[in-house]
Design a protein around this ligand. Sequence first.
Ligand code: FES
Length: 574
Amino acid sequence: MTKGLGKGLTNYGDEAFSLFHRKVFIKAMGYSDDALDRPIVGVTNTYSDYNPCHGNVPDLIESVKRGIQMAGGMPMVFPTISIHESFAYPTSMFLRNLMAMDTEEMIRAQAMDAVVVIGGCDKTLPAQVMAVASVDIPTVVVPTGPMVVGHHGGEVLGACTDCRRLWAQFRAGQKDMAEMELIGARLAPSVGTCGVMGTASTMGCIVEAMGLALPLSATAPAPHADRRRIAEASGKRAAEMAVSGTPRPSQLITRASVRNAMVVLQAIGGSTNGLIHLTAMAGRAGVPLDLDEFDKLGREVPVLVNLKPSGAHYMEHFHYAGGLPALLRELKPLLELSAPTVTGATLGDVIAQAEAATGQEVIRRFDAPLKKEGAMAVLHGNLAPRGAVIKQSAATPELMRHAGRAVVFDSVDDMMARIDRPDLDVNADDVLVLRNAGPVGAPGMPEAGYLPIPMKLARQGVKDMVRISDARMSGTAFGTIVLHITPESAVGGPLAIVQTGDRIRLDVEARSIELLIDDAELEGRLAAWKESPPQRESPIRGYAKLFENSVLQADQGCDFDFLLREGPVARKRP
Ligand code: FES
């Protein structure tokens, strides 16, 4: 098998010339033949002035390169798309698959024997893992790591659970704009990903649990020396893998590792987005994710990590408590310990090396959990024939069984226009319904599922209501919020036919979400919708058109239909 610079030669109809031509150009960068003869490790560069979560990427690249060179390899850094949550219109999820395609094709197109992907902000790690699962060359994942905590008024703060909590206090009239401006400068005091168990942290934990990243990769704070040492070690390991050609992502993303990831997702109080991304990543490796199995695990696996938004602490505290390996030790009886990892050792071996940090309160013992059930429950019912999800660990216990009158918003725009109007007919025990916010409908399934409490109720002290939608929610958000209703309303899911005034019943213990109308009425409304669906504007060109034509529903990870793996990888590199 061809290695190094001779891989994937540009097709000029003369292979020897293609290699000569390639060397002519690359020597313009000052490389010697000795350097060019070494195994090549590609390193992605996702630095962007728009992406503070990746603000340490240049430092990490330096550390990764040092590690590669220490092990005799040749690092080659190349750019890919970078996505930051708050600089991604209409929503970062819209761009995740584009980043996955960009990363996949640039790895395929350029000569490399292994790759180190450096990502962090929510959609970037999933996009990168989707890409490498499709290319299937030896890969080490290096998360950028969480930011450190901030402080204000004697309180410890972290983006962005506290952004939402404090903004809710502002909406309720408990804080003024001057204080909010001050807080705004203190919520994100360093580069790195959100410091709570949001989507970025969740994906870091999942990637580490699946053995795709070195131990402690998920938790070491972005600005700490530990993070750079991990990056160096990752580069070193990638150079070894470039020589051995193993392990490849297909050897690491297996039924066993996907199950381990599901256990971890439940135990960390992980983001609901993590479920969609895990489905997509596993789908690229041909491993279907079973929502029923995930829900069943949620009844057996307690939440053990005491981090916001489900608990009290922040990611850097998780790191000081021993990080993911220490959590895995608590979960040992539930894990597939023989699952291989990128280190060359099994997950069981990694757990054997876990630090026993004493006196910490962040990782609970299995017999003294933070919550007795896992982070998430999967719901079914006539409103969600293919499922919906609720983050029960961050919900209000009294609302987990609740029936109320539906107050329907037809779109995100409709919701924004009316939610705070004084004449909105809404009460605290109503159920707020948002539709046309799914993968096709919005498009890109924005994080609009965390509907704000209507201003007039917020000012009366209402802190939570049952809210349901086909949207997603930020991993840093909290509340009694049913998400990812599938199929979505824009493609004719039952959410499309809910009317204001209908009654809706949520019963998390029974795993059900029901529209309380009789079957004949439901069928009649659905038939009428199908006969005359509401007009909606469809994109006529470009990526938006590709997205609308190809995106799958939440239960299939919102990947594009033509990117799912079918049997062995279709295109093989020489
Ligand atoms: Fe990047 Fe939260 S905004 S991880």
